[in-house]
Design a protein around this ligand. Structure first.
Ligand SMILES: [Mn+2]
Length: 479
């Protein structure tokens, strides 16, 4: 409890003039703050700031949600209805400390700012559908997943092992106080998402974040109590059976093992099982196809040890998602034989670049010249529904790109009549038409951009967008 007293002292020495400020400050960095501050905030219409995370909330998501309340004082943490079972016991014990809201308790019309943590995809949020359509809200995103469709105004995205790692760095930078309980929760998220720092997605930054949390008195005893469920009897039995029937095969130069099993009901933490399985069987990549006969679903989980064998991409092609090293997909009414075939086909075609960008790109492209006015460009964006348009010179060479985001630099009304060259981004990423869809997708992820001009001999001939790439990955190409 020394932290509580410490933060009280900090308050007394601040120069806050009003009493309300002092109260609000004193509540900062204590666990009860979220409720109290939301209460203290005047509830002007459309002034609410909320933080939320993905359904099937795990410890990394929960940790990120709580970290969000420290980074954004006064905002309300909204916990999705469906959370993981081992999280449930943690939440039920710590309920009073965090003051979570359920999506139903939030008047969506009042939301002005939405902070999304540990996911970047609308369909993984609970009760936020209406916000997707609203253009008058500000969206802030903290995430470590490469894929997603939330077009945030402020993005903090890095491919690290756990999302909480990115947020811890910010907490440290802002010198925010965190309590031992918060530190313990954050460390749980960090350990769970990195498999105690053993998953190949773990980065030095994750380890640094763990060190920071241990310095902040994270309680390892609490950690083991709540994380222990991750590998219990059920998981042990499944792993044992998988190993007994383990088979290895060589596909496309990789050693692969695909295990198939029937499971009853939803089994938690199969990804941990798969991770151990891959290590024991000692293959480049391991897949588990877990069929729930009662619900007629197949849970597919993959783990890879090689960067060239991208699990996330394979899972995306089956409607799921993930990182290069780990991912999953849930398929309904699908025969496990078919799934196994799909996986093998995907691995075989892993290096495939047979589909050229020119097959999937959009054309002709709407372009503007550098002397086009901002106003005209804005009209074009509105009419075409695009978020950006390439700026070309008289030889069709791309010299910039003007997007909705650039319009935010505009301060005065008369700037609407300025040429776009004053506001456009000059660092344009282009891609040669001979490259593959996978190359384009990699560029989009790397630079966090949604559209890339396609060039032939440096001249623009088309544009490839996120949705073009999606169509390709979901195999919806017209034949
Ligand atoms: Mn995560």
């Amino acid at each position: 409890m020394s932290h509580w007293i410490k933060s009280q002292k900090t308050v007394i020495t601040t120069r806050s003039s009003s009493k309300r400020n002092i109260v609000a400050k004193s509540l900062e960095s204590t666990y009860i703050r979220p409720i109290e501050c939301a209460f203290l905030q005047t509830n002007r219409r459309g002034s609410m700031q909320i933080i939320t995370t993905h359904k099937g909330t795990d410890f990394d998501a929960l940790a990120s949600l709580v970290a969000g309340t420290i980074l954004y004082p006064g905002s309300r943490p909204v916990l999705p209805g469906a959370v993981n079972p081992n999280l449930k016991s943690f939440i039920s014990i710590h309920k009073d400390l965090f003051g979570f809201y359920s999506p139903k308790e939030i008047k969506i019309d009042d939301v002005k700012t939405l902070v999304v943590v540990d996911t970047n995809s609308w369909k993984r949020l609970d009760g936020m559908g209406q916000l997707k359509e609203r253009s008058d809200i500000k969206i802030i995103n903290w995430d470590h997943h490469p894929e997603g469709d939330i077009d945030a105004h402020e993005v903090h995205r890095e491919e690290v092992g756990a999302n909480i790692t990115i947020m811890i760095r910010e907490l440290e930078k802002q010198r925010k106080l965190i309590t031992p309980i918060q530190a313990s929760l954050f460390l749980m998220g960090l350990y769970e998402d990195t498999g105690n720092m053993t998953f190949s997605s773990t980065t030095p930054d994750d380890a640094r974040a763990a060190a920071y949390l241990l310095e902040r008195k994270a309680d390892l005893q609490i950690l083991t109590t709540f994380l222990r469920h991750a590998y219990g009897k059920k998981q042990k039995d499944i792993l044992f059976e998988m190993i007994q029937h383990a088979q290895r095969q060589e596909i496309g130069g990789f050693s692969i093992s695909i295990a198939r099993m029937d499971v009853e009901g939803h089994v938690q933490n199969l990804s941990v099982v798969l991770h151990m399985y891959r290590e024991i069987v000692n293959v480049d990549a391991a897949f588990g196809i877990f069929r729930d006969t009662e619900r007629d679903t197949c849970m597919v989980i993959g783990r890879s040890n090689l960067e060239q064998l991208n699990i996330g991409m394979i899972m995306r092609s089956m409607g799921g998602g993930g990182h290069p090293g780990a991912g999953s997909a849930l398929l309904k009414s699908t025969n496990p034989d078919v799934i196994e075939e799909m996986i093998i086909e995907m691995i075989k075609g892993n290096q495939q670049s047979s589909v050229m960008l020119s097959d999937i790109m959009s054309y002709p492209v709407v372009t503007v010249s550098e002397d086009t006015t901002v106003e005209e460009a804005a009209m074009i964006l509105r009419d075409t529904g695009c978020s950006g348009v390439p700026v070309v010179d008289s030889d069709d060479h791309v010299i910039g790109i003007i997007s909705r985001r650039d319009f935010r630099k505009i301060r005065k009304n008369n700037q609407m009549l300025s040429p776009v060259k004053a506001f456009m981004s000059r660092e344009v990423i282009t891609i040669d038409h001979k490259k593959s869809a996978i190359d384009a997708a990699r560029l989009m992820i790397k630079h966090d951009i949604g559209r890339i001009p396609v060039v032939e001999d440096d001249k623009i001939i088309g544009i490839v967008t996120r949705s073009d790439a999606m169509l390709y990955f979901y195999d919806l190409l017209p034949d």
